[in-house]
Design a protein around this ligand. Sequence first.
Ligand code: PMP
Length: 686
Amino acid sequence: MKTIVIIQARTGSTRLPNKVLLDLEGKTVIQRVYERTCSIKAIDEIIIATTTLHQDDTLAELCKRIGISVYRGSEDDVLDRYYQVSKLYRADAIVRITSDCPLIDPREVEKVIDKFKKGRFDYVSNTHPPMLPDGLDASIGTFTAYEKSWQEAKLKSEREHVTQYIRKHPEIFKISSVTYKVDYSHHRWTIDKQEDYEFISRIYEKLGEKNLYGYLKDVLAILEENPDLKRLNSRYERDEGLRKSIREDKKVTLNKDFSKSSFLLERAKKSIPAAASTYSKSYRYFCEGAAPAFLEKGLGSRVWDIDGNEYIDYVLALGPVIVGYNDERVNKAIIEQMNKGISFSLATEMEIILAEKLIEIIPCAEMVKFVKNGSDATTAAIRLARAFTKKDIILCCGYHGWHDWYIGTTQNNLGVPQCVKKLTIPFLYNDIKKLETLFSDHKNKVAAVIMEPITLELPTPGYLEKVKEITHKNGALLIFDEVVTGFRLSLAGGQGYFGVVPDMAAFGKAMGNGMAISALVGRGDILTLIEKGAFVSTTFGGETLAIAAALKTIEILENESPFEKFTSLGTILLKEMKRIVSNLDLKNHVELIGPPYHFAIKFKDAGELTTFDLLSVFQQEAIGQGVLMFPAHNFTLAHTEEDIRTTLEAYTRAFKLVKHAIEINSVDGILKGGKFSPIFIRGRSR
Ligand code: PMP
């Protein structure tokens, strides 16, 4: 049996150009991979398979100069490269190794070859499931298996990721994998990003003389001694390239399968009003039938729906997910606390630590009361303001939750008593005159002004200062609703960013990276009323998992400048979206509003089409392309520039479809499911 090793290599990596030519202790990455491959026993030839592109000339010349056989073939059809080389060399079995893995361990590759030969398999790998560090991947397949997949594989991912077709067809091929007792798959020892290169360089430095024979156990020993090294590149996920390629497949076949979602939706409609516990997570907000109705899991910036479709998520549970989904650090904090208990019969020290932390970071916070939702915190603030000022009228601006005192001002006010409705009066953002009029219409009756410090509109210069001045002049209290702005605009929300300090503030959403926790913070002389008859208390106020999550989340946010990151990602996304809108001549129909860290897309009615028709077209296409979106966009620390690039590809298609709908003045034949039909329209007050 003639066994050859094919090492695929190219210099045109988009993520890290020329990576195979980078230096590792005096030799290029490709040389290091080649040297290690040479010490694999029982192989007959090693061939580097690169592309015919001009940019790969240097690589090909380098290989020739040092006596390595090179084959040059298709750029994208890597499977074809493998097939052509195998035919040329009359190989019976082909070992596949990639050139970005300079820590490839010859002994581990031999295990794969051994198993293949002993079991007379068509294909054996060590990645099914992956147990070794990413970067020690190897597989071997028969020429017949390669030939069959070369003939049959159609999808882009199957042509680019050579063995995909074989792996997907266990009914055709006899497949096996080398398995391990210990799972090392969370290690990342491959070079795909700059940080990976830094990591591998450091490992090579430490391997020193051993570098040719620095095997799995040697590298593990180095990491044991230098645990910090792992952090260099640990935020990247395995198989990113494969996942990207699978997303590209979907562009051709599109129409994701939402069958499980649709089935569950019918069930949910019978037991849960609007089929979801939160309005904005209901099917009414996500093109029923042409979008997922249920999500199953998340990781970083991504979520997976119940049918297994993957998305980059900008909804982020309506704002709470700020570090990223399923973040290891936050998870660990929660699990550690869970092992001690969840809710207790007395308060815990953690409550004090978190309260002190909020007092340290939030200017208006002298005391803190923990509750569970944004609505709890805003409602507590209103009660305290009334108790403190002995007045009843509330002036509000923005959205403040589902309780009577606020929701009575909106169109969704069924069930709110008339006498309660009269007590809260909305005013428009940036309209100082109206606020002054309201104060003079209700002289000496206003307990508080509650407002979001910033909405999708930026404050005009001096606006917030003026609001504070008028409010205090009239003997009322100023409350900032920082449920959205908290931890995102700055750790301390709008008051931290604009330097206008209110009397009280409500924080929630992003505080615990998705755990249910919120806080009323404010002046001590006001909050002490909580123990003097102003009732604010709830069973789960001090529930410890949420507090553990909040402590860890805030610690991470303090170290990682979230606002700068979100602004930078949002700025790139917005700038490019504006360019697309302008190129497609859609300026009259699309508005991109709000600050980059939290901007929104707004469609304007066009001909027969309403804003929601156009939003539905856009959203359906974005979702079809793997982007879960809502008009308002949020970010996490886990979102990357590559996510933004993928999003822009999806949004380009989505905007093109919107343009098409406008041109034909119809969504017939375009919308494949339901329309975005909100139950509650934020900001539309009576
Ligand atoms: N205030 C603002 C500004 C909000 O956006 C929200 C929720 N969207 C709330 C208060 C209410 O928070 P919750 O839904 O957690 O009760």
